[in-house]
Design a protein around this ligand. Structure first.
Ligand code: WTA
Length: 680
C-alpha cells in the first residue's frame, strides 16, 4: 500500500510569503493586460502592458520577476529572504538564500497530492513497442525506496553519488533519491569509457556508484557493470556499487557490490516507500555534471537546488508551450545536461509526462522516433540536429508512415541546425504546422537561454536561428578582435556573453572556483562568457555561429580538442586535433600527428591504435574520423601550433590561409596541404 511521504502542508507557501510576493510585484502605471493569463507567475505585475513588456521587466527588474516566479512555481518549506546575491566579476552567484525546499518533493510529492495516477515517465525501451509507464505515485515510491537504500548504506547529505546508467526509470529515481536525501549526484554518460568514468568519480570524490548489470542500445548489449569494475579499480574512494538489473544476464559481483535485486521491471520492491525528505538550502549542491573545456581535464560544473529547478521548470513551460496533460518527448540521454533539465527536472517539476528514450533514432529502422510519437502521443518532441540530418537522408517515407498529429512543438538543441535540416524537420516531421524552436544553451547555463518563442507563442520564427532571449536573460555581444568592447548596434557579430545573472546558471567548478572565474568571468570582466560566438541580426535576433575556443561539438557532444591530444600524445611526438564540418555529425574530429623519430610503424596500424586509445580513454564519439601523418606542424616562431592554418587546410580554403608571416617555416604548410590532399 502506498503511504504519502511526509511534508504536505509545510511545503505550501505561507501567507507571509504571499504578502512579500505582493509587495515585490507592484509595477506602476500603464494599462492592465492579460499577462496573468499567459504567465500566472506574473499575476502580480499589474499594469504591465503585454508579454514584451513583461520580458523587458524580467530583465530591468529581474529581482522582482524571479522572486514572483520562485514563490509561485516552487514549493518551499521556508521562504527565501534574499532574492539574489551575485557579483559576476567574482563569479559569485547565489539565489533565494534563506529559502529551504526539497527538489524531489517539488518534482514528485506535490503532484502525487493532486494527481497520483498521472503518468510521470514513459520508458521507451530499446525494444520497440515494449514501453512501460510509471505514475507519479510509483515514481515517488521508487525514489523513496532508493533514498532509503542509500541512507541505510550510509550515504549522507552532502555526499556525491555517481550514476552510470542508461536512460531508465531507476536512473531517474536514483537522481531524485539523491535529491531527496540531500546527496549530490554525478551522472556520467553511459557511453563514456572506464577511464573517463574513473576520472569523474575521483574528481567528484564519490564513495557510491549506481549502475546496471548491462545496458541495451540499438539491439546491442553494453557491459556497463564491467566498465564500472574497471573504473573503480583506480578509485580508492569507492566503497560500494549498487547494481540494478536491466537484462536477465547475471554479472560477477564483488564484495563491494550491492544488488538492487528486489527490483522487478525497475520497480524496487524492498525498502519502505516513505522517505523523509531532507530540508535543503537553496544553494546546497544538487548535482555535478562534467563537461569539456578548451584546456585541461573535464570540469565538474556545479548546479544548486532552487535556482536550477526553477529555471528548468520555467523554460520547459514557456519555450515549448508545454501545457498540463502534454506528453513531453525529449530524446536526450540523462548523461547530458539536456537530459537533466528536459527529461528529468523541468518536466517533473511541472507535473508533465516525460519520455525516457533508451534507443537510437535508427533502431530497428529510421522510423523509430515517429513510431514512438504515434504510439506515445507525444506533443513536444525535442532532439538534436545530428539525428535530424541522419534521418533526412533516409527519406520522407519513414516519417509519413506514422501519425504525428499530436505534435505541437518541435525542438532542436546541442549544435547549430542547418537550414536544410530545419526545413525538413518543419515541413516533413511537423507537417509545416509545428513551430521549430532552436534552443541555445549549455551545461553552464542550466537551461535554455535563447529560443524563438520564449515569451510569445505566436512570434515569428526564422529558420536556423535561436533568436530571442528567455525571461531574465540579457545577452550581449562583445568585440573579440579589436576593442573588447560591447557591440551595441545590430547586424553585428561578437563573443556571446550574459550581462546579468539568472537562477539557472552554474555556481562553480567542483573543487576549482579559480578555474570557474578564469574561464567564464575573466575574459570579459563583469560578464559571463559563454565560449560561443553569435551574430545579432538587423531585427535584433541572435544566431549562434559556433565555439570561439578549442571545444568541438561532435553529434551534439562537447569535446575539448586538448583532451584528444592528451590521449594520443604518448604514442606520437606531437599532435593537433581540430573540428571540421561533417554532414551528419555537425563536426568531425581531424587529427594531425607527427611520428616519434625512428619509429617504424605502418600508418594504418598506428591510426587504428590511436583510434582505439581515444575510444578507450574517452568515448567512441571522440575518436578521429581522419588521422593525417605529418613530418611537422605549422608553428609560429614562438613555437605555437597555428591551428587556424590547419582548419583552413581541412576546409580546403587555401585562399583564406591568411597572414603566414609569423610562421617559423612556410614549407610546413605546403607539406600539410599535400598530405591532406592525399588523405582525401
Ligand atoms: C552548442 C547542450 C548552436 C554551443 C545544451 C554551446 C548550440 C554548446 C545550440 C553547449 C544551438 C548548444 N545552436 N549551438 N541551438 N545549443 N549549442 O554544454 O556551442 O553539451 O556552447 O549543452 O553546444 O553544449 P552542452
Amino acid at each position: 500500500m502506498w503511504l504519502p511521504c511526509g511534508c504536505t502542508s509545510k511545503y505550501v507557501a505561507s501567507s507571509f510569503a504571499r504578502r512579500i510576493l505582493a509587495s515585490h510585484l507592484h509595477v506602476s502605471g500603464r494599462s492592465r493586460c492579460n499577462v496573468a493569463a499567459f504567465m500566472p507567475e506574473a499575476a502580480g505585475f499589474e499594469g504591465v502592458s503585454g508579454r514584451a513588456a513583461l520580458r523587458e521587466l524580467s530583465v530591468s527588474n529581474s529581482e522582482s520577476f524571479w522572486a514572483a516566479v520562485a514563490r509561485h512555481r516552487l514549493s518551499w518549506s521556508i521562504p527565501f529572504h534574499t532574492v539574489q546575491d551575485c557579483d559576476l566579476s567574482r563569479g559569485k552567484i547565489k539565489w533565494f538564500e534563506g529559502g529551504k525546499l526539497n527538489v524531489s518533493v517539488n518534482c514528485l510529492d506535490r503532484h502525487v497530492h493532486t494527481c497520483p495516477e498521472r503518468v510521470a515517465l514513459i520508458w521507451e525501451r530499446d525494444e520497440r513497442g515494449s514501453e512501460m509507464k510509471y505514475t507519479y505515485r510509483e515514481l515517488l515510491e521508487m525514489t523513496c525506496r532508493v533514498g532509503n537504500l542509500l541512507r541505510r548504506h550510509g550515504v549522507k547529505r552532502g555526499d556525491c553519488v555517481t550514476i552510470y546508467m542508461p536512460t531508465c526509470p531507476l536512473a531517474v529515481a536514483s537522481m531524485l533519491a539523491c535529491a531527496r536525501i540531500g546527496a549530490a549526484h554525478n551522472v556520467v554518460f553511459a557511453g563514456f569509457s572506464a577511464d573517463a568514468l574513473a576520472e569523474r568519480i575521483r574528481d567528484a570524490q564519490s564513495s557510491t556508484v549506481i549502475t546496471v548489470n548491462q545496458g541495451v542500445r540499438g539491439g546491442k548489449v553494453i557491459e556497463l557493470k564491467k566498465t564500472v569494475d574497471t573504473a573503480v579499480e583506480s578509485c580508492p574512494t569507492v566503497k560500494q556499487v549498487f547494481v540494478a538489473m536491466r537484462t536477465d544476464n547475471p554479472v560477477t559481483m564483488t564484495a563491494r557490490d550491492i544488488a538492487m535485486e528486489e527490483v522487478r521491471e525497475q520497480k524496487m520492491l524492498k525498502e519502505d516507500v516513505v522517505c523523509e525528505p531532507a530540508v535543503m538550502n537553496s544553494e546546497d549542491v544538487l548535482f555535478l555534471l562534467y563537461t569539456s573545456g578548451s584546456t585541461g581535464k573535464p570540469k565538474g560544473l556545479v548546479h544548486t537546488q532552487a535556482g536550477y529547478l526553477l529555471y528548468a521548470a520555467l523554460t520547459h513551460r514557456y519555450v515549448f508551450s508545454y501545457h498540463d496533460g502534454d506528453v513531453f518527448g525529449c530524446v536526450a540521454d540523462i548523461g547530458w545536461i539536456t537530459g537533466h533539465s528536459y527529461v528529468v527536472y523541468g518536466p517533473l517539476a511541472n507535473g508533465a509526462t516525460t519520455v525516457l528514450f533508451e534507443s537510437t533514432p535508427i533502431y530497428p529502422d529510421p522510423g523509430r522516433y515517429w513510431d514512438m510519437v504515434e504510439r506515445l502521443k507525444i506533443n513536444q518532441f525535442y532532439g538534436a540536429p545530428t539525428a535530424i540530418r541522419l534521418l533526412l537522408k533516409y527519406g520522407d517515407q519513414w516519417v509519413n508512415k506514422y501519425d504525428r498529429s499530436t505534435l505541437k512543438t518541435l525542438g532542436s538543441v546541442g549544435e547549430p541546425i542547418n537550414t536544410e535540416a530545419w526545413e525538413w524537420y518543419h515541413r516533413v516531421v511537423g507537417d509545416g504546422r509545428c513551430p521549430v524552436v532552436d534552443t541555445w544553451w549549455q551545461t553552464e547555463t542550466g537551461g535554455i537561454c535563447i529560443a524563438p518563442r520564449p515569451s510569445d507563442p505566436d512570434a515569428e520564427i526564422v529558420p536556423g536561428m535561436a533568436m530571442r532571449p528567455f525571461f531574465g536573460i540579457k545577452p550581449v555581444l562583445i568585440d573579440t578582435e579589436v576593442s573588447g568592447e560591447l557591440l551595441t548596434s545590430n547586424n553585428t557579430s561578437g563573443a556571446l556573453c550574459m550581462a546579468q545573472p539568472w537562477p539557472g546558471m552554474a555556481r562553480t567548478i567542483h573543487n576549482n572556483h579559480q578555474r570557474f572565474i578564469e574561464t567564464y568571468f575573466q575574459p570579459y570582466p563583469g560578464y559571463f562568457f559563454t565560449g560561443d560566438g553569435a551574430y545579432r541580426s538587423e531585427e535584433g535576433y541572435y544566431q549562434i555561429t559556433g565555439r570561439l575556443d578549442d571545444v568541438i561539438n561532435v553529434s551534439g557532444h562537447r569535446i575539448g580538442t586538448a583532451e584528444i591530444e592528451d590521449v594520443v600524445c604518448p604514442a606520437v611526438a606531437e599532435s593537433a586535433v581540430i573540428g571540421y564540418t561533417h554532414s551528419i555529425k555537425g563536426q568531425g574530429v581531424y587529427a594531425f600527428v607527427v611520428l616519434k623519430k625512428g619509429i617504424d610503424v605502418k600508418e594504418a596500424d598506428l591510426s587504428r591504435q590511436l583510434n582505439g586509445m581515444v575510444s578507450e580513454k574517452i568515448a567512441k564519439y571522440a575518436s578521429p574520423d581522419f588521422i593525417q601523418f605529418a613530418q611537422r606542424l605549422p608553428k609560429t616562431r614562438s613555437g605555437k601550433i597555428m591551428r587556424r592554418v590547419l582548419r583552413k587546410v581541412v576546409e580546403s580554403d587555401l585562399e583564406g590561409l591568411g597572414d603566414l608571416s609569423t610562421l617559423d617555416d612556410p614549407a610546413a604548410v605546403q607539406e600539410i596541404i599535400q598530405g591532406h590532399e592525399k588523405l582525401l
